[in-house]
Design a protein around this ligand. Structure first.
Ligand code: ZN
Length: 152
């Protein structure tokens, strides 16, 4: 996929954010900042009665940070912690890849658009802060895969 198309996906999420400022019955939240760029994001997580995750966020900053939060919210909302974990891992892997990894669209969907960002060390944190906030909030809410996939 071309850099232009990646850019289009990022701009679309920046202009039409998914899950931003949605009121949810949250169990925990996490606030993260990226001082080098000035990005801020707060991610809240809750749980639906069926065990799937509820995700909402608010924030401000550059288009990459805000688009990434929107993509993260869209991807993780409604997934169980066990379903979310491989997506979160794949995104971390992609951002560490320095542009060398071919992203798996089946797993990452719109998050593949950040493949290009992984080539620019100064921008990686922009793309990652919302995902780091999500992981932190999940730990606080005890909604990580290891604590919720057990039955009985
Ligand atoms: Zn930024």
């Amino acid at each position: 996929m071309s850099e232009d198309l990646y850019q289009e996906i990022i701009l679309d999420h920046y202009k039409n954010p998914r899950g931003k400022k949605v009121e949810i019955d949250s169990l925990a939240q996490s606030y993260q900042v990226n001082p080098t760029c000035g990005d801020e994001v707060t991610v809240e997580v809750g749980q639906n009665p069926d065990g799937t995750l509820l995700v909402s966020y608010d924030g401000q900053g550059c288009s990459i940070s805000q688009a990434s939060a929107s993509v993260m919210s869209e991807l993780i909302n409604g997934k169980t912690p066990a379903e979310a974990a491989p997506i979160q891992e794949a995104f971390m892997e992609l951002m560490k890849s320095k542009g060398q990894l071919e992203p798996d669209e089946e797993v990452l969907e719109d998050a593949i658009a950040f493949a290009g960002v992984s080539k620019y060390p100064a921008r990686i944190k922009c793309a990652l802060i919302s995902w780091m906030a999500l992981s932190d909030a999940q730990i606080k809410a005890q909604l990580t895969a290891t604590t919720t996939t057990r039955s009985g």
